[in-house]
Design a binder for this molecule. Sequence first.
Ligand code: UT7
Length: 338
Amino acid sequence: MAARRSRIRGVGSHVPERVVTNEELTQWMDTSDEWIRQRSGIETRHWVDGATSTSDLALEASHRALRAAGIEAGDLDMIVLGTLSPDHDFPGTACYLQAKLGVPGIAAIDVRQQCTGFLYALSIADQFIRSGHSQRILVVGAEVHSKSMDISTEGRDISVLFGDGAGAVILEGCDLRDPATDPHILSTHLHADGNFAEALCMKAPQTAVEGPRITHEMIDAKEHYPQMNGKLVFLHASKRMPESVHEACEANEIEVGEVDLFLFHQANLRINQQVAKQLGVDDSKVFNTVQRFGNTTAATIPLGMHEAIKAGVLKPGMLVMLSAFGSGFTWGSALLRY
Ligand code: UT7
């Protein structure tokens, strides 16, 4: 009997129109185009205007993924959405997206695993399909960072790095006949180490205090903005991402060199260059978008996937490795035949 697997049927993405250059950032903080490019490779990022929310960006990306898949929102049986910048604390942003798509009734799950959010979402969706529970799942990564960053000099180590955007894939059940050629998700590998939770986090609102979750004092102390130990994150990302790529290769008994394309999380061009070097992979096999979009956290991988398709880099039949690392710490990988 053919094994039940999931495959990517359609991919879409969306970034807001407004482009913010490195030069523009210098009006709010003491930074420079040279510093940002040298340290991160980032040249521009997109920021939303007005009342645009995370679920608004997710909606546009989802419509595009549905169109690419040639199906309607009514054909979906679940939504799994990764974000660290939800529309509201609760309910989950997947619920808002579900309502905007006009498909009440289907399951809607939020995943809160930051930069690894899309990989966690993809893995969850893959398990639901493998088990036979679901047939067509919308998997989304979406973020609006521009509304929750300190854009003064004090917050410059973080605020120059992040951008807004969304990416979505339609994951569909399939009966695997030839594992060597049929498009499908081969495996997913997820990890976390909560001992490093405070190396990259946003403290407020919080319940780990006496009294209300958010106070004027917390805001004065800028605890409602993210804080990061950049060097520590860099160090761990450069170690964990290659490790997770090797894990996926070993699980599927393939060599790293057999992978056609690497779609890594987009936090910093220097991290991805280091990861490629450690893996012995030529930079030409790594598709980077951080230069244009900055770090869009849970959105980087599906956004990159869509850009790679549009650029003609990602083609049917390719063996594709996804890998990410981020706050939590969380990290992981996924191997798929596109
Ligand atoms: O998805 C996971 C999310 N995060 C990451 O992956 C981030 C990982 N870390 C990094 O990418 C890097 O650590 C950064 C790009 C954040 C920083 O690069 P770095 O080479 O580690 O710089 P640093 O933090 O050691 O800072 C060097 C200097 C400092 O000044 P002093 O103390 O040497 O005088 C900073 O104050 O650069 C200063 N600096 C800046 N200068 C201009 C920090 N941010 C900026 C800035 N513009 N935006």
